[in-house]
Design a protein. Sequence first.
Length: 113
Amino acid sequence: MHELTITQSILDIALDQAKAAKASKINKINLVIGELSGFVSDCVEFYFDFLKKDSIAEEAALTFELVPAQLKCRHCLSIFHPGELLWICPHCQSQQVEIVAGRELYLESLEVE
């Protein structure tokens, strides 16, 4: 259900930016969603189709750039993609890792008229 709130925020930001640009129509909203963000693009799109009605974004399409998870080993400083269950450095086997990519969720750009 958190996708509804986030989708409303995305639409609000897009409408505010379009208004500031004196646009009459939003054609496309480009989003970046990280693999670890917890947000499902299908859910965002579902809510967006409902929320955009009767606005200048009514005909707008959403596009998604999906960012894969990346971890950095705090021991050997290697950057790698995590495995399914265990986040262990493939180079030194350390479990001391930090997330460096994959938590993103933001509106990257708009296409307007």
